[in-house]
Ligand binder design. Sequence first.
Ligand code: SF4
Length: 234
Amino acid sequence: MSSNSEIEWTDATWNPITGCTKISPGCANCYAETFAERFRGVPNHPYQQGFDLKLWPDRLILPSQWKKPKRIFVNSMSDLFHKDVAEEYILKVFSVMNEVDRHQFQILTKRADRLFALNSKLNWTKNIWMGVSVENADYTSRIDFLRQTNAQVKFLSVEPLLGAIPNLNLKNIDWVIVGGESGHHARPVSEEWIIDIKDQCQAANVRFFFKQWGGRNRKKAGRLLEGRTWDEMP
Ligand code: SF4
């Protein structure tokens, strides 16, 4: 984890869990897996165990040590609602977020069914932003699970966008982030798909954030859409 992040929509990352397993097409080129596996077997490296799921209870204290308020992406290297993370541990992560309320915490999951199943046990203080990833129209049911939670700020990460999503139900959704895939094996994104989602957000009065075009050279491809940046936030 790090107190600084290159991710455009957050200030810092906090990983009280690392490692995960793939669950849908958006995971195919998981950057976290690629990064973690690079260090498998390196003695004493935080990713000595590669991308195997691992809990780091000693990291639960970190947000309380960051004095300046930040936007913190929780588990950039894992998925908090992975089936192998004990419910008790998820509740501990929530306790930290509830207590250190000078920070805004951003959680993102593809396990929206488990998120929904645990909803009533979670303390949804307003500094917790809850998001689900949706890569194409086959996974919009994750949004329905999210919508039924008590999270006070709800968002979508539509990244890597892998296909058109023409009929997004944005009711009670506060924020949508869209981005193309980056890296050597990046799958192409269509401008038409992105603009369609932006238009749906505008029609529904939902904030829209365009993260990147992606591709093999993410920095070069940049993040202008229709000649401008889109950095709206809740
Ligand atoms: S859910 Fe996220 S962290 Fe887990 S494998 Fe898929 S992309 Fe990677």
